[in-house]
Design a protein around this ligand. Structure first.
Ligand SMILES: Cc1cc2nc3c(=O)[nH]c(=O)nc-3n(C[C@H](O)[C@H](O)[C@H](O)COP(=O)(O)O)c2cc1C
Length: 200
């Protein structure tokens, strides 16, 4: 698939066939993530690949979060609804990738950029990881797979994420992927000129 065609035709996919993703294709998708540009080549991403029971456990955690008394303060009606939706997608996907920020730019940059503000370095880590995520979404599409970038799990309490993944790294996104079970129409995007200003 041509790059521009892949960019134009990719759409979020939220329904999957019950069909496994071959290991070599998964590897290509992860490689696409790891080949993204990153601030000072810091490669701050960490990918945790979830399959089978562990993946379903994550889906269940999203589905059930609203029932947990101790998490009441974090969630409300709208977030609960989105988390339930996310839980269903995770459970239906053959593979879900959890994307974390290792903090390796903030960690190393103080050496090179002593005057830098920590929040600016953090923004650059987040931007680097967003580039990695988009690379993976495009690689999925190129391979005939569908995927969706889920941000709502970032609202899940940190203690649940730390316990589940056994990491203190910052969760950036959850990406369920698989072979699409429904053909999705490629809706038109907003007129691009609404987003662009030219300075001559
Ligand atoms: C940062 C970010 C967070 C997102 N979070 C969610 C989410 O929690 N749930 C969901 O269903 N889609 C989520 N999406 C997917 C968007 O809804 C989707 O990209 C947007 O509607 C445009 O549709 P398209 O991807 O088909 O072009 C997210 C996308 C981004 C970039």
């Amino acid at each position: 698939m041509e790059t521009i065609e892949a960019i134009n035709d990719r759409r979020s996919i939220r329904h999957f066939e019950d069909e496994p993703i071959p290991d070599d294709i998964l590897r290509q998708i992860l490689k696409a993530g790891c080949y993204a540009p990153s601030a000072h080549n810091s490669q701050p991403w960490k990918f945790i690949v979830l399959k089978g029971d562990k993946k379903n456990e994550l889906g269940e955690a999203f589905l059930n979060i609203s029932k947990e008394e101790r998490y009441k303060e974090y969630t409300g009606f709208y977030v609960n609804r989105l988390l339930k939706y996310a839980g269903r997608i995770v459970k239906e996907s053959p593979i879900t990738i959890a994307v974390f920020n290792k903090g390796s730019f903030c960690g190393s940059a103080s050496k090179y950029f002593r005057q830098s503000k920590k929040e600016v370095l953090h923004i650059m880590e987040v931007q680097s990881i967003a580039a990695a995520i988009e690379n993976m979404l495009l690689a999925c599409h190129d391979q005939g797979l569908g995927a969706v970038w889920l941000g709502v799990p970032l609202l899940v309490p940190q203690e649940l994420i730390e316990d589940f993944f056994n990491t203190k790294n910052e969760l950036m996104a959850i990406i369920p992927m698989g072979y699409p079970s429904k053909k999705r129409a490629i809706e038109k995007k907003i007129d691009i000129d609404k987003h662009i200003i030219y300075f001559d």
